[in-house]
Design a protein around this ligand. Structure first.
Ligand code: CDP
Ligand code: CDP
Length: 231
C-alpha cells in the first residue's frame, strides 16, 4: 500500500508558501490546504456584516455559522464562503489588513484548527499557514519554514499585483507586510514561529523551482523513512 505523509509549510507573508505548496501537492498527488484562506474568508464575512472586530465572542459565533470550503479547480484553488465563490474577495486590501486582528483570537483559532486537522487525518496533504508545524499537524513528517527578507517579499507582492493589472505602492506594501508579520509573531495563541524540527529555507535569492525541489527532496527522505518503518 502507498504510504502518505503530511507536509507543513509555515512562514511570514509572501515568502512563497502557497506557490510552492501547490507545486509540491501537484507533484505528489496530494491535496493542498491554504489555511490563510480560511482566516481570510471569515474576515471578509465579518467585514461584510460590519461586526465589531474587537468582539471575539461575536466573531466566534459567526464562525460557527460559517461554512468555508476549499476546492482544487482547473484554474487553481477556489474558496467558497457559505457556498458562494469568494476566491477574489478574500484577497482585497481591506481583508488583508484586518485578517491578523481576527486570527489572534483563541476561540477562532480553536475552531479553525479543528477544521484543518480533519483535512490531515488521512495524510496525503500539503498545508500552509503560520501554525501548521507547531499546532495543526505537530507530527507532520515534513516541516518547512520559508523565509525571505521583507524587501523581497514586498517586491514579490508588488510584481504579483502588476501581473493582476493594478499598481501598488511598494513602500506601503512593505509596511503592511511588516505589520502583519509583527501581529502574527506577537500574538499569544499559536504565534508565527519556526517549529524546532522544521527545515528553514531562505528563499530570498531562490527561484520557485529551487524551493520546490528542496521541499520535494525532504519529502522523498521522509517517505523513505516512513516506508522502511512500515516494513
Ligand atoms: O498569503 P499571505 O501570506 O499574505 O497570507 P495568508 O497565508 O493568506 O494568511 C493571512 C493571515 O491569516 C495571516 O497574516 C495570519 O494572520 C492568518 N493566519 C494564521 O493566523 N494562521 C494560519 N495558519 C494561516 C493564516
Ligand atoms: O503564500 P505566501 O504568502 O507565503 O506567498 P505566495 O503568494 O506563494 O508568493 C508570493 C509571490 O512570490 C508569488 O507571486 C510567487 O510567484 C513569488 N515567488 C515565490 O513564491 N518564490 C520565489 N522563490 C520567488 C518568487
Amino acid at each position: 500500500t502507498e504510504h502518505k505523509i503530511a507536509i507543513a509549510i509555515d512562514g511570514p507573508a509572501a515568502a512563497g508558501k502557497s506557490t510552492v505548496a501547490k507545486i509540491v501537492a501537484h507533484k505528489l498527488g496530494y491535496i493542498y490546504i491554504d489555511t490563510g484562506a480560511m482566516y481570510r474568508a471569515l474576515t471578509s464575512k465579518a467585514l461584510e456584516y460590519r461586526l465589531d472586530l474587537d468582539d471575539e465572542k461575536q466573531l466566534a459565533e459567526l464562525l460557527d455559522k460559517t461554512e468555508i470550503t476549499l476546492e482544487q479547480g482547473e484554474t487553481g484553488q477556489r474558496v467558497y464562503l457559505d457556498g458562494i465563490d469568494t476566491t477574489w474577495e478574500i484577497r482585497t486590501e481591506e481583508v488583508t489588513n484586518n485578517v491578523s486582528k481576527i486570527a489572534k483570537y483563541p476561540l477562532i483559532r480553536e475552531e479553525m484548527v479543528k477544521r484543518q486537522q480533519k483535512f490531515a487525518e488521512k495524510r496525503g496533504v500539503v498545508m500552509d499557514g503560520r501554525d501548521i508545524g507547531t499546532r495543526v499537524i505537530p507530527d507532520a513528517e515534513v516541516k518547512i519554514f520559508l523565509i525571505a527578507t521583507v524587501e523581497e517579499r514586498a517586491r514579490r507582492r508588488h510584481e504579483e499585483n502588476l501581473l493582476k493589472g493594478f499598481e501598488s505602492d511598494l513602500e506601503k506594501l512593505q509596511e503592511e507586510i511588516a505589520l502583519r508579520d509583527k501581529q502574527d509573531m506577537e500574538r499569544e495563541t499559536s504565534p508565527l514561529v519556526k517549529a524546532p524540527d522544521a527545515v528553514e529555507i531562505d528563499t530570498t535569492s531562490c527561484t520557485i523551482h529551487q524551493v520546490a525541489e528542496s521541499i520535494l527532496a525532504e519529502c522523498s527522505k521522509a517517505l523513505e523513512r516512513s516506508g522502511s518503518r512500515q516494513d
